[in-house]
Design a protein around this ligand. Structure first.
Ligand code: FES
Length: 105
């Protein structure tokens, strides 16, 4: 089991995932879809699920070409940037993420 802790402007959300589940599922369970996260349904084309990995990045699948290409088009990207929909659980542990939210406030 992977514990996923997501830090957002609205506070911190903690969810759990099983092996092979996408991290996007944890974000949706936390209700972040209502804040606009995951508009493309996890198809790697909206980037609303942009997260900064704070720790535990070894618990999920590594970054791939499509994900890298989409992140390259986004502002506020750094070496810790990932898309929640493209990360899948590979082992148990704790994953800490910061959601990079849009400028809608
Ligand atoms: S949900 Fe759209 S890119 Fe991840």
């Amino acid at each position: 089991m992977l514990t996923v802790i997501i830090h957002t402007k609205q506070g911190q959300f903690t969810e759990t995932l099983q092996k092979d589940e996408p991290v996007l599922k944890a974000a949706w369970r936390a209700g972040l879809d209502e804040k606009g996260l995951g508009m493309c349904g996890g198809n790697c084309c909206c980037a609303t699920c942009h997260m900064q990995v704070l720790s535990g990045g070894d618990c999920v699948t590594p970054i791939k070409g499509d994900e890298n290409a989409l992140l390259d088009t986004q502002p506020d990207v750094d070496d810790a940037s990932r898309l929640a929909c493209q990360m899948r659980v590979v082992k148990a542990g704790e994953l800490q993420l910061k959601w990079i939210e849009g400028e809608d406030e």
